[in-house]
Design a protein around this ligand. Structure first.
Ligand code: ZN
Length: 303
């Protein structure tokens, strides 16, 4: 794939570190189909390059990624029928109908691609700042290590805004712990860098202005390890959690996610596969702001 429109790909330190930056800052690095296809290509490019030892995945601008792109002009245009439609809608179930179409498209472009990146034959480091919402979590969780700016917040708002049980790659219980996962999904509240570090989800917290440089320094430290050692450390941990049920739980929860979409599509005249205001979920464009989860308050009002 020659030249990327939605991300940048650069090689650093004589090619030992590949840095991929989502590059739609005005769209809050929301993930439109074109971006996801390019990201898949960039990840496989890094995987194929024997010089590359570590991949950094970040986002340009004030935040890492606000999730899937539901409404930008580009996202709407690439979904619409006609000559401007993105080519990826012509396969992977895109020409089928109903739940089959949605299940096959989401499996390929939201679920299996995330799992493929999680199993990349390189060590991956997510570099995150600002807001990381919903499908932004999936991208970040696919990485082996997470480095955050001190201004970061994490939230999955798909329950409270879209009536969905979570994102397609259901890492929540494994990353937050089971009970915290329920709380965060049922409320849509956020956690900050300190809480994410306490949970073990984030390895380092750096001042926002130093995030890129210090993530690079951290990546250099990891890149110094023999590649075979690094890969087997990664796979030993991944195979452990897979044997603890991670792999099968992801499959099961993807099925529940598709059931949730089908429920909404079945009861709506326009087949919208998500909750609508009349269902009790505010329109995502005008929904109340994401608030921090506070242990001594029902709702995290400003302090
Ligand atoms: Zn979905």
């Amino acid at each position: 794939m020659a030249g990327y429109q939605y991300l940048t790909y650069e090689l650093l330190d004589e090619g030992t570190i590949a840095r991929i930056m989502l590059n739609r800052p005005r769209a809050r690095n929301a993930q439109n189909r074109g971006l996801l296809v390019e990201l898949g290509d960039a990840m496989l490019t890094a995987e194929a390059d024997d010089r590359v030892r570590v991949v950094i995945l970040g986002g340009a601008g004030p935040l890492f990624s606000a999730g899937h792109d539901l409404g930008s002009r580009e996202a709407v245009a690439e979904r619409a029928d006609g000559p401007g439609q993105h080519g990826s809608y012509g396969g992977h179930g895109g020409t089928r109908a109903g739940a089959e179409q949605r299940m096959l498209q989401e499996w390929h472009f939201y679920f299996e691609n995330t799992r493929r990146w999680r199993n990349l034959r390189k060590i991956t480091v997510a570099q995150v700042q600002g807001a990381v919402y919903a499908a932004g979590l999936m991208l970040m969780w696919a990485c082996d290590l997470i480095v955050a700016a001190d201004d970061v917040i994490f939230a999955d708002v798909v329950g409270t805004r879209l009536g969905m049980c979570g994102v397609e790659y259901f890492g929540h219980p494994w990353e937050f712990g089971p009970r915290k996962a329920k709380e965060l999904l049922l409320t849509g509240d956020s956690i900050d860098a300190g809480e994410a570090h306490r949970l073990g989800m984030v390895s380092k917290i750096f001042p926002a202005g130093e995030l890129a440089e210090r993530t690079l320094q951290f990546a250099r430290r990891i890149a110094a390890l023999p590649t075979m050692t690094a890969l087997l450390i990664k796979d030993s941990v991944n195979q452990t959690v897979d044997n603890m049920g991670f792999y099968n739980a992801l499959n099961a929860c993807f099925t529940l996610h598709e059931l949730n979409h089908s429920h909404w599509a079945e009861i709506h005249a326009d087949k919208a596969p998500r909750g609508l205001p009349e269902d009790g979920t505010p329109d995502w464009r005008s929904a109340p702001p994401v608030l921090p989860a506070r242990r001594d308050q029902v709702s995290g009002a400003a302090s």
